[in-house]
Write a protein that binds this ligand. Structure first.
Ligand code: SAM
Length: 216
């Protein structure tokens, strides 16, 4: 671990936004799944959420992820409705990307609030059930011949609006992670193999000095 690498890890963690996330509901194409995670990393999402496709496992990561899957955790849920309710119970507003009577332009939402963006499967989108349970329905206005965007493009468009609003609100200027979580993650990112060993043994992580070296 070089001091420069450790400084980068700290810089990224200080900008992570634990109150901004996505819920991917059966997004099944690996390149879409990977591209969404890469955008999550770029805007500072700490943990993404996903309902695996009916076929079983989450899509595998491909080169499109640019290794983002190492830096954005993915929490799985059994179904979209349960996930929406769980995230709402944790204090998130869930914004479903869904065309309905109550849909609003995605730019009207307040992304400085704890927010989860619900994204639908490539073929059938967000279910009516999950969209109804969401706090709001948002859409990116479309003026072309084609009715919808690729899901990863829609995710990026909305997440960068969230980034714009949060930048303006100063939310990237002060760490949003609690100091304890920031130090825990810094150790896990700097020393993933060692961290796994400490967890297996049920031991606390050691302290790191300013250059990222383990204090013995
Ligand atoms: N036939 C599907 C439908 O009717 O919803 C199309 C799904 S679209 C290809 C896949 C996902 O991309 C959607 O569920 C949504 O999450 C996102 N998406 C695509 N276009 C969008 C738009 N204009 N506004 C908001 N989200 C959009």
């Amino acid at each position: 671990m070089t001091p420069e690498r450790y400084e980068k890890i700290l810089r990224v963690l200080r900008r992570r936004q634990p109150t901004l996330t996505v819920l991917m509901d059966e997004v099944n194409k690996p390149h879409n799944f990977s591209a969404i995670l890469r955008t999550c990393d770029a805007v500072g999402v700490l943990t993404a959420h996903a309902v695996p496709p009916k076929s079983g496992a989450l899509p595998t990561f491909d080169a499109t992820s640019g290794s983002a899957h190492k830096w954005v955790a993915v929490q799985t849920h059994s179904d979209a409705l349960t996930a929406v309710r769980t995230l709402q119970a944790e204090g998130m507003q869930v914004l479903a990307t869904h065309l309905s009577q109550r849909s609003v332009d995605y730019r009207e939402a307040d992304y400085t609030r704890p927010t989860c963006i619900l994204l639908g499967a490539e073929k059938w989108g967000v279910s009516d059930e999950a969209a109804d349970a969401a706090d709001a329905n948002i859409v990116i206005p479309m003026f072309g011949m084609v009715q919808s965007l690729n899901v990863s493009v829609a995710a990026a468009t909305i997440l960068f609006e969230a980034q714009r609003q949060r930048l303006r609100a100063g939310m990237y200027g002060t760490p949003q992670l609690a100091p304890h979580d920031l130090h825990r993650l810094a150790f896990e990112w700097a020393y993933p193999d060692l961290a796994a060993g400490y967890r297996e043994r049920g031991e606390p992580y050691p302290a790191l000095d300013e250059a990222g070296q383990i204090v013995r």
